[in-house]
Design a protein around this ligand. Structure first.
Ligand code: Z5A
Ligand code: MG
Length: 212
């Protein structure tokens, strides 16, 4: 395996600051003179992403199993793109990934959608080298403007998915770091940067696969 870029995932609940921090960290990486590509899941621009978007905005109804598989398929749509960027030595910064998929589906409490069932479709996707989990209580997240109109933006769902989100991390060789996201934005950025900076020069190990 030749030298490659690092695959870094930013996870966390609604309003934990994932998108804000992804943008800040992207600028920092560029200022450090490194190439970075940002990806966000769900990617609502693809044909599968448009189905997800319509479901999340309650403009369509879909079976819960189908929705779960669509979220996973949305990641598979971009898997080869992620690998290609890494191969070119670029940092790939990803706003939500498979851990969100597992957490939100298992939080529905609808057997047979248990942890094993929910993890299966994401098996063999590129595995992050580093996952930064932005940890915030549902109360603190809600104080950042309250939940919006989307289907999962309800306190019970947020609380249950928070309990589940780190269950998804089992397996994979990457590092999982919990960051206290209840602090001011710059404090959160600084802590994230401590973990990201050592990866900017790339890695010589092959890209891992979920859930090896
Ligand atoms: N979902 C799923 O079910 N299965 C899957 O496989 C995947 C996702 C991938 C949509 O996701 C839904 O899809 C989501 C999970 C489900 N459902 N929920 N809930 P999304 O990524 O499109 O949307 P989101 O992440 O839930 O919401 P968000 O609003 O994008 O959250 P965020 O990115 O974490 O937060 P933000 O936009 O950066 O910040 C929110 C506000 O807080 C904003 O006004 C900021 O200025 C403010 N903010 C940020 N940081 C701070 C700090 N540190 N202090 C104070 N204020 C702050
Ligand atoms: Mg966001």
């Amino acid at each position: 395996m030749s030298h490659r870029g690092a695959f870094i995932v930013i996870e966390g609940l609604d309003r934990s600051g994932k998108t804000t921090q992804t943008e800040t960290i992207q600028k920092r990486i560029q200022e450090a003179g490194k190439e970075v590509v940002c990806i966000k899941f769900p990617d609502r621009s693809t044909s599968i992403g448009k189905m997800i978007d319509s479901y999340l905005r309650s403009q369509s109804n879909l079976d819960d199993h189908v929705v779960h598989l669509l979220f996973s398929a949305n990641r598979w749509e971009l898997a080869s793109t992620i690998l290609a960027h890494l191969k070119q030595g670029k940092v790939v910064l990803c706003d939500r990934y498979a851990f969100s998929g597992i957490a939100f589906s298992v939080a529905k409490n609808l057997p047979p959608i248990n942890l094993a069932w929910a993890r299966a479709p994401d098996a063999s996707l590129p595995s992050p080298d580093l996952t930064l989990f932005l940890d915030i209580s549902p109360e603190a997240a809600q104080s950042r403007g309250g939940y919006g109109e989307e289907r999962y933006e309800k306190e019970g769902m947020q609380r249950r998915s928070q309990e589940r989100i780190s269950d998804g991390k089992g397996g994979g060789k990457g590092t999982w770091i919990i960051v206290d996201a209840g602090r001011d934005m710059s404090a959160v950025t600084e802590e994230m940067w401590v973990h990201i900076r050592p990866l900017l020069d790339g890695l010589d190990t092959p890209v891992g696969r979920l859930w090896d």
